[in-house]
Design a protein around this ligand. Structure first.
Ligand SMILES: Nc1ncnc2c1ncn2[C@@H]1O[C@H](COP(=O)(O)OP(=O)(O)OP(=O)(O)O)[C@@H](O)[C@H]1O
Ligand SMILES: [Mg+2]
Length: 469
């Protein structure tokens, strides 16, 4: 093993890209400044091992702490050994950032997303914590060479100009080899009446967000060779932060950009259903259908075999003692409906138990977590969503329907209606039907033939416990 080589920790790649954008450096300019080959700089950026002294100098040039930015010694073993290494290093980390190689499964889904992107943009929705962001991050980490995915979490963005600024920064980062976003810079130069060389928009740009967004995309399509996929995670959160007028205009501009520049693809994702955002905008007079050109994919739990694989890695990584690791992995995966977030949580709790984990211990731990008023598995959003996104008229319907289904076997509409109509707050039959459909859109319920039930037995249990039913 060579001691004089270092490589970038892949989790630091976004920081490197950010630093390149902020300092307006390119591979070539760094190579020139440090008198090293551009190939070494490319290797650095792509997390390949390079000479340690060059690694340290590049980090210094980018104002990065080289000690933290460097990965452990480059793996020189064959693939089988590195695979074992990954499995042993698995730790339960519910809700935390996990490395792309610790994101299990999703291969078919990612292949499906790439294939749809060849034709059109898409919306990737799904229940909270089902693994949407993880899938998108894995997709970015393993991107095919014909398309360039640019991932952005938009949760903290509060105004259209902030959004355009991050899009522009991402474009400049991507274009660092080809040149800067010239149209944007020229426009900003005209606005402030002096050449624009910064990496943040001046305040004078605030009212020109549409022009700047269009120019940024024009810069991108003129200079790019490959198709770009903007992965905008938490876009519903961002739109919710905007004024209604700004949200409507943003949706229209994005749609018009997709139509004008068919080579630019967008993925909208997020933890709030876009239908709630659209419903509020419609109340404010919005009549357009701004995503009717986009394909919708509904995120699902892990496939059983992937859920078992993830659980097995975590059992091993956390040294959870079991009678039969394979059986326990299956029991754990099934106890939480193969939802990876809860698998992490459950293993995290099981590792603290004394003795070997039994099936009873698994069920007891699940129930205890669902009952716990401190909400350790963050399931209270199922209840809060009703308060936050359903109208006063809709709420009693939603609560009554969920209460009924929480304690009954799968039920037909007719049977539900027999109970609903006797309550004066829920005696409108069409409204009852509308709310059932809304509850299906919000992942509470599924329909099989004419029968309705909770989509996930885990959520049904949570509902029963939390409502004292
Ligand atoms: N494929 C996976 N393999 C391993 N762990 C996963 C996987 N997918 C998700 N997780 C775990 O579940 C957690 C939640 O996943 P993620 O943040 O991707 O969900 P999300 O659907 O984006 O959630 P939100 O609705 O809150 O945005 C992750 O932090 C990770 O611990
Ligand atoms: Mg997410």
């Amino acid at each position: 093993m060579t001691q004089s080589l270092l490589q970038l920790n892949s989790e630091w790649q976004p920081k490197v890209e950010e630093s390149l954008a902020i300092k307006q450096l390119t591979r070539r300019s760094i190579a020139k400044n440090l008198n090293i080959s551009p190939g070494s700089v490319s290797k650095f950026i792509n997390c390949k091992p390079i000479a340690a002294h060059n690694f340290i100098r590049i980090c210094q040039e980018l104002n990065l702490d080289w000690g933290n930015a460097s990965a452990s010694e480059p793996e020189r073993n064959d693939q089988i050994v590195s695979f074992k290494f990954k499995q042993n290093s698995f730790k339960a980390n519910p809700g935390g950032e996990i490395a792309p190689q610790e994101i299990i499964g999703r291969e078919k889904l990612i292949a499906q997303i790439w294939s749809i992107l060849e034709q059109q943009s898409l919306i990737f929705i799904g229940e909270r914590r089902i693994g949407k962001s993880s899938t998108l991050k894995k997709m970015k980490a393993e991107s095919a060479s014909s398309m360039v995915p640019i991932y952005r979490d938009l949760e903290g963005i509060r105004t259209p100009i902030e959004f355009v600024e991050v899009v522009w920064q991402d474009i400049e980062t991507y274009l660092r080899e080809q040149g800067k976003a010239r149209r944007v810079r020229e426009f900003l130069g005209q606005l402030q009446e002096t050449q624009f060389t910064g990496s943040r928009f001046p305040h004078i740009a605030d009212d020109y967000w549409k022009t700047l967004l269009i120019k940024a995309i024009e810069d991108l399509v003129t200079l790019q060779e490959r198709q770009i996929v903007f992965i905008w995670d938490e876009i519903p959160h961002m739109l919710e932060n905007f004024s209604e007028q700004a949200a409507m205009e943003m949706l229209d501009v994005l749609r018009s950009l997709r139509q004008t520049y068919p080579d630019v693809r967008m993925i909208f994702s997020g933890s709030i259903g876009l239908h709630h955002i659209f419903k509020n905008l419609q109340k404010a007079g919005y009549r357009n259908d701004p995503t009717n050109d986009m394909y919708t994919i509904d995120g699902q739990p892990l496939a059983l075999e992937d859920a078992i694989a993830l659980t097995s890695y975590l059992i091993k990584g956390e040294n959870v003692s079991t009678f039969n690791a394979e059986k326990s992995a299956r029991d754990i995966a099934e106890a939480v409906d193969c939802i990876p977030f809860y698998i992490h949580h459950l293993v995290n709790q099981l590792k603290t138990l004394e003795g070997e984990v039994s099936q009873n211990a698994i069920h007891f731990t699940v129930e205890e977590s669902l009952r716990n008023p401190l909400n350790p598995w963050k399931m209270d959003h199922y209840r809060e969503r009703i308060d936050n996104y359903y109208t006063e008229e809709q709420k009693p319907y939603a609560l009554n329907i969920l209460d009924l289904l929480a304690i009954n076997p799968p039920t037909s509409f007719q049977k539900l209606w027999q109970v609903l109509y006797s309550d004066p707050q829920t005696n409108n039959k069409e409204m009852a039907r509308t709310i059932i459909r809304l509850l299906m859109k919000d992942y509470y319920l599924v329909q099989s033939g004419s029968i309705y039930s909770f989509r996930y037995p885990l959520v049904q249990k949570y509902w029963r416990f939390s409502r004292g039913l």
